[in-house]
Write a protein that binds this ligand. Structure first.
Ligand code: SF4
Length: 466
């Protein structure tokens, strides 16, 4: 491993921001903190990252690794110990200085800090902790911070970091324990899930503490949430950061690499669903594997990353989180992968024509959400508008319904817009024609690009599923 000692901070930034680009779990939301007198930065509820690439990557955090040195040798990773790449590390002060300078210049709104593993998980986590503590306490930075927890680090260290960051994440890396064993033999599921559970409990305890509800819990449950006792937890929070310390207020997320191992989409969305249910995760991110390492266990070099697959998984993720779908409705052992040509909601709809057409003026909210072309916003608007008038097709178009998709599945006042055969092949054929352009641009890498700090172009946010 070639470790370079005397690099300028600019060169370090080049290396360590480039090395961080494979980490996609960096959106921010769910925290609303105003700027305070004497501090720098604020975090807003609508999210620091206002724009997203089509694959969900956010564009306005300073996204860096603390170090790209690593004692582990995960086969899929550019920073694995056996790779011959230039290695370097920041110091805590350098991380602070860069964050503050970039923030002042309006380049960024927050920090996303991940890392390779230098010497040991504890050693690395402690350096990251020092960087964040300096940033919060010495540099008075009050902006958004998302930090990766290092699996295997002491729970006490993770707890301290949790009072400094807004969001934390721990990468699940691969969908199954077996794939992890094959490609990342230094890691194991237990080491990854334990801190995820710790953070989940910490967030819950913090919320209950704010309302003094923790005391009302049965002893056993209270002990689980605050293993060191309530006083110790409160005390730790106060010593780490004096003003209103909250534990990971923007929640936690994780990331899975897609396409490096043979799991089906069904396995992947089932894992994501279980994570949302059992660990209260805010987001599960998917990262299409980019073949960068030569290894017989991995897809060949030069093979394209499975971007369309990643895109379909994000669409399905939306359906699980906001549309009331279950993974078993979307896929099964018999149909384990998403349709390449149709988004998961259209695919579900054409396979369940017995549920359609839906009468726009009568259907309940969750039934409306199942109609292709009707998203969360348009369903809400329809529910509201219906209170005052009977809606027709022009009305719902104005409310944001994408009629070219919805038209096969709805009636207004008992009538369809055109005389349409409710027949699977016919509708599928027409929907595919509508979807072709978008699919082509995803497959051909039109939207997949890691932004560098100095890119200067606009990317519109867009609704993943409509
Ligand atoms: S521990 Fe992280 S940085 Fe190190 S090789 Fe594995 S994935 Fe890469």
């Amino acid at each position: 491993m070639l470790v370079t000692q005397d690099l300028t901070i600019e060169r370090k930034l080049e290396i360590l921001s480039d090395a961080a680009k494979y980490d996609v779990a960096c959106t921010s939301s769910g925290v609303d903190r105003k700027g305070e007198k004497g501090t720098i930065g604020s975090a807003s509820a609508c999210g620091i990252c206002h724009s997203f690439a089509a694959d969900g990557r956010c564009i306005s955090l300073l996204k860096i690794l603390y170090t790209n040195e690593c004692i582990f040798d995960c086969k899929y990773c550019i920073n694995r110990s056996s790779n011959d790449v230039v290695r370097t590390s920041f110091t805590p002060d350098e991380v602070c200085m860069l964050t503050i300078e970039f923030y002042r210049r309006n380049y960024i709104e927050g920090l996303f800090l991940s890392s390779g593993i230098l010497k040991s998980p504890n050693y690395t986590m402690e350096l990251m902790r020092q960087a964040l503590e300096k940033l919060r306490v010495e540099y008075r930075f009050n902006g958004y911070i998302h930090v990766k927890a290092i699996p295997g680090a002491d729970p006490e260290l993770i707890e301290k970091v949790g009072y400094l960051a807004d969001r934390m994440s721990i990468n699940l890396e691969l969908p199954t324990a077996e794939s992890l064993r094959r490609l990342a033999p230094h890691k194991n599921r237990k080491n990854i899930l334990a801190p995820i559970r710790q953070i989940q409990n910490g967030i819950r305890a913090d919320r209950l503490l704010s309302g003094d509800q923790l005391m009302a819990l049965p002893d056993k449950e209270r002990q689980l949430l605050t293993p060191n006792g309530i006083t110790a937890t409160k005390q730790r929070a106060l010593t780490v950061r004096r003003e209103q310390p909250h534990f990971v207020p923007a929640g936690q997320s994780t990331q899975m690499i897609i396409g490096a191992t043979p799991e089906s989409d069904y396995q992947i969305v089932s894992v994501a669903e279980a994570l949302y249910k059992n660990y209260d995760l805010k987001r599960v991110f998917y990262s299409a594997y980019i073949p960068i390492n030569e290894d017989k266990e991995l897809p060949a070099l030069g093979q394209k990353p499975p971007l369309l697959r990643e895109h379909r998984l994000y669409q399905a993720d939306w359906l699980l989180r906001f549309y009331g779908f279950q993974s078993t409705e979307l896929l099964s052992e018999e149909k384990p992968n998403f349709n390449v040509f149709l988004d998961p909601k259209c695919d579900w709809a054409v396979r369940h024509l017995e549920c359609f057409p839906v009468e726009i003026n009568k259907a309940d909210y969750y039934t409306l959400l199942r109609v292709p072309g009707i998203g969360v916003k348009s369903a809400q608007r329809i529910m509201k508008a219906r209170r005052y008038a009977v809606l027709d097709f022009d009305d719902i178009k104005r409310l944001g319904v994408v009629l070219k998709r919805a038209v096969y599945f709805i009636t207004c006042q008992g009538r369809m817009m055109y005389r349409i055969r409710l027949e699977e092949n016919f509708i599928t054929h027409n929907l595919i024609d509508n979807d072709k352009k978008k699919t082509w641009s995803i497959e051909n890498d039109m939207t997949y690009r890691q932004l560098s700090l100095f890119d200067d172009f606009q990317m519109d946010s867009w609704e993943v599923v409509g």
